[in-house]
Design a protein around this ligand. Structure first.
Ligand SMILES: [Zn+2]
Length: 313
């Protein structure tokens, strides 16, 4: 198991907010102690991510706005250097996607801010840049050295995003659904509804699929929706699966009303280890990126997911 993590991702924010530095500080410390064989690697610095690379999915106005010291919404304050923090999350997600394709082994981006609520033109829901959408588009285009949003070349890879965060990945949905490479992109989300941000109540065509799950749904039923969503991902026959791994569908998460237990996150990891388009085809390369997860048990949930993915039993 390779984990991309830059400790600088804990250098902003406040313990008064659910999306706080301790999430990653405690998770990194726990994984280093509990799984000493796992490798930690610092992703390339924020400066390695050019505006042009971000402009493949984000608007120029949004990139400018990230530097302006005004809050984006009540959940999404302006913090000093937030644009650089968000770029580091992007850098880590891109590194994870590249690693998955090159080595076909489990890889996780343990970073903040999360990204799946950020749209092309708006920061929201603790998210500033949408790193999973960026990783999907860059991977579809084989990581263009000099990307140009105005001249997207023919995509060469099929990329699916599987989002099991308890909140709908509205930003990822909007970006992947309308992008110039969208014929090569697939999005599946399982999320609490009603719940933030209120979207994701239905499919938007065959490649944008949603499984809304009611609050307090029994975990077996929630897990069945997750299995159906992953089966839809596999039916797309992706060359790469990117996972928006949020751990806030956990029964004791403070900001949701779902019922998953630690064992269920282990099940999701095992499914990923076994993810094939057909029974005889090879396991599909996959990379996971931390999105939400706000309970004190986050380190244990991440460990359960990663360890069963790394070493399925
Ligand atoms: Zn969430």
């Amino acid at each position: 198991m390779l984990i991309f993590h830059d400790p600088q991702c804990a250098d902003y924010g406040s313990p008064m907010r659910p999306e706080q530095p301790a999430r990653v500080i405690r998770t990194a410390a726990h994984l280093r102690a509990a799984r000493p064989a796992w490798e930690f690697r610092v992703p390339p610095p924020a400066a390695s991510i050019a505006d042009a690379a971000l402009a493949l999915v984000h608007t120029p106005a949004h990139l400018k706005r990230l530097a302006q010291p005004r809050d984006f919404d009540a959940d999404t304050p302006f913090f000093d250097d937030i644009a650089d923090h968000a770029r580091r999350s992007v850098s880590s997600a891109l590194a994870a996607a590249r690693h998955a394709l090159a080595h076909r082994t489990p890889v996780f981006s343990l970073m903040r801010p999360p990204g799946h609520h950020a749209t092309a033109g708006q920061a929201m829901g603790f998210c500033y840049l949408n790193q999973i959408a960026l990783a999907a588009v860059h991977a579809a285009l084989d990581f263009p050295a000099a990307p140009a949003a105005t001249a997207v070349s023919t995509p060469m890879r099929r990329v699916a995003v599987w989002d099991f965060d308890a909140h709908h990945g509205n930003g990822t949905e909007a970006i992947l659904g309308s992008h110039a490479t969208s014929s090569h992109l697939f999005f599946a989300s399982v999320h609490q509804h009603p719940g933030y941000p209120g979207t994701g109540t239905r499919d938007l065509g065959p490649r944008i699929r949603n499984w809304p799950v009611a609050p307090h749904t029994p975990r077996a039923q929630h897990l069945a929706a997750l299995r159906a969503s992953l089966d839809a991902v596999l039916a797309f026959r992706p060359d790469l699966i990117l996972v928006s791994a949020g751990f806030d569908a956990y029964a004791r998460d403070p900001i949701t009303s779902m019922t998953l237990e630690r064992d269920d996150f282990a099940t999701l990891g095992r499914w990923l280890a076994e993810a094939r388009s057909t029974p005889s085809s090879p396991v599909i390369p996959s990379a996971a990126i931390l999105e939400g997860g706000y309970s004190d048990d986050l380190p244990l949930l991440v460990e359960a997911f990663l360890s069963s993915w790394d070493n399925p039993v």
